[in-house]
Write a protein that binds this ligand. Structure first.
Ligand code: ZN
Length: 299
């Protein structure tokens, strides 16, 4: 008898545990779906606001954009960090102070920072952009973009693009350390989505072979297709920036095959409606670009 009572008690207890567990699970699912719905709503609201802002910019602008400068940044460090850790003579690093001054100039002078979708619409004559339009891009996906560029750009309501090396993003995010280079991780990149969108900088072809030829050029068709298709899916993007600015006719073929729509080089120049969409020029903003040169690019 005792044994029976015991098993009844145990059964009741287990039933209680299971039902409350599944209640908890259901509750969590309900919360998740509410949050997801809210996320979609906010995104739509944001998009509507963005369209309103663009409309206003266009109304205030005396002319429509004919040529658009696309700026290219890499890594950022504070001046003192550059000095302390020997980054001063690296032309891929610019100081946070210089970056901040450049962003302030764009803001004070009423520049509109276009997204890549907007640039695509501009190229296809589906969207008018104001004369003072600029596209801000970063290559490689360094954590310094999130630590230093993100808060400055957010303050000004700017948008930018980070072209990501997918293979560098799959590890847990390390804390920022100015002595070395850390990448923005796949797990954390959603935190910066109100400022940054993510493009492709290859998954694992941001390297050169023993003959110093970029892997995006020297690898086999299969390898390139696999790499580019993997990164396209990872970041849900139709846009790529070529590592080291290197590509050839085959690369362009593969990109078309995979549905990539725009490709960014490191050739200096403005993007206009006549530009080849898979060979768009950019202006590298390195430490030699002082404010005078910066303003000239924007003219
Ligand atoms: Zn790169």
């Amino acid at each position: 008898m005792k044994k029976l009572t015991f098993s009844i008690v145990i059964t009741l207890f287990l039933t209680f545990i299971f039902t409350s567990y599944s209640h908890a699970a259901n509750y969590e699912l309900a919360i998740l779906s509410i949050l997801e719905e809210r996320y979609v709503q906010l995104k739509e609201e944001n998009q509507r606001q963005r369209e309103e802002i663009l409309k206003l910019y266009n109304q205030l602008s005396p002319k429509a954009a004919e040529k658009i400068p696309v700026l290219l940044y890499h890594h950022l460090l504070k001046e003192e960090e550059m000095k302390a850790y020997g980054w001063e003579n690296n032309d891929s690093v610019i100081s946070v102070e210089a970056f901040s001054e450049q962003m302030k100039y764009l803001y004070d002078n009423g520049y509109y920072t276009a997204t890549l979708d907007e640039l695509w619409d501009f190229l296809n004559e589906n969207k008018t952009l104001p004369e003072k339009t600029v596209v801000i891009t970063f290559d490689d996906g360094y954590l310094s973009n999130a630590v230093y560029a993100y808060p400055i750009m957010k303050e000004y309501g700017f948008k930018g693009v980070i072209f990501m090396r997918g293979g560098a993003t799959i590890y847990p995010q390390k804390p920022f350390d100015p002595k070395g280079l850390q990448s923005i991780s796949l797990e954390e990149n959603y935190k910066y989505e109100d400022v940054f969108e993510y493009g492709c900088h290859t998954y694992d072809l941001h390297r050169k072979d023993i003959k110093d030829v970029a892997l995006l050029v020297s690898s086999s068709k299969e390898e390139i297709l696999e790499d580019l298709s993997k990164n396209k899916k990872l970041f849900n993007t139709d846009y790529i920036a070529y590592p080291f600015g290197k590509y050839n006719d085959s690369t362009l073929e593969y990109l078309k095959e995979l549905g990539y729509k725009m490709g960014f080089t490191i050739k200096r120049g403005y993007v206009s409606k006549n530009s080849d969409k898979l060979q768009l020029p950019r202006f590298i903003i390195d430490p030699t670009i002082n404010m005078d040169k910066f303003k000239k690019i924007l003219q």
